[in-house]
Ligand binder design. Structure first.
Ligand SMILES: Nc1ncnc2c1ncn2[C@@H]1O[C@H](COP(=O)(O)OP(=O)(O)OP(=O)(O)O)[C@@H](O)[C@H]1O
Length: 244
């Protein structure tokens, strides 16, 4: 049976009077690509932010390989094996492409330094399609290339669980296909990934399972085909459109 890598149990997050995440529970098993989907404002990023340690849950337990990570600082959770990308790309703009990725190798789960970190960063940059621009400042890159750097930096942490928060957002149709192919190749490598995503083609083609959130709660869980045909899920999305 597949090993559970990440356990989320009865996790709630309150911001003052607002319950952004309400009693969420789910597991992520090794080598699985789990999608977290739901309308805007349903609590997906808040869930990811608690797993990666951006802020602590108000209640509940998050375990990585059986160890409680809830409320630990982000750098500690990164060392324990969780790496992420951000909805709005966050890089060190004054550094080069490779320097940004080496930074990931130095602060991640399996730490590498100096020559070893650089060699590993080069391999990852080749992997994400940036082999030719390793030494340029990230400030000179196109948008999709900044996303690739962020992905390589997260991979450089050698995470047990990789969190991709709307990594495909803002890409044009050609780039989108490239991006989906890249995430598929991670899946083929056997990585364990949580994908927060609005692009349903990506969800359908990449995810083994999905958790659907609405107003902070889990309203469905299952294969993409099952949850996307679920009446409550359809209602949650249509309701969101009507509100927009
Ligand atoms: N730091 C914060 N302080 C206060 N409220 C917050 C904070 N972060 C999120 N929220 C609120 O929590 C709710 C859930 O937001 P969240 O960003 O998690 O949703 P989401 O599903 O990721 O949305 P989207 O798909 O638009 O990114 C929203 O009402 C949001 O305004």
């Amino acid at each position: 049976m597949a090993r559970v890598v990440l356990e989320v149990r009865n996790v709630t997050k309150r911001f003052g009077g607002l319950v952004a995440v309400n009693d969420m529970s789910f597991d992520v098993t090794q080598h699985e690509v789990l999608g977290i989907i739901g309308p805007n404002g349903s609590g997906k990023s808040t869930m990811i932010n608690m797993i990666s340690g951006t802020f602590p849950p108000s209640a509940g337990v998050i375990r990585l390989n059986g160890q409680d990570v809830a409320g630990k600082p982000a750098h500690r959770i990164a060392q324990m094996g969780v790496a992420r990308t951000f909805q709005l790309v966050r890089l060190l703009p004054e550094l080069t492409v490779i320097e940004n990725v080496v930074a990931g190798a130095a602060f991640g789960h399996r730490r590498r330094w100096k020559g070893e970190a650089e060699r590993y960063a080069q391999t990852l940059l080749d992997r994400v399609g940036l082999g030719g621009v390793m030494n340029v400042p990230v400030s000179s890159l196109t948008y999709i290339n900044t996303k690739r750097v962020e992905l390589a930096r997260a991979l450089a942490c050698e995470p047990e669980v990789l969190l991709l928060d709307e990594w495909l957002a803002g890409l044009n149709p050609t780039e989108l296909q490239t991006g989906i192919d890249l995430i598929r190749s991670l899946r083929e490598d056997g990585r364990t990934v949580i994908l927060v995503e609005h692009v349903m083609d990506a969800i359908r083609s990449l995810c083994d399972r999905c958790v659907v959130m609405s107003s902070g709660c889990k309203i469905a869980e299952g294969t993409p085909a099952d949850v996307l045909s679920d009446a409550e899920v359809i209602r949650a999305y249509l309701g969101a459109d009507e509100d927009a």
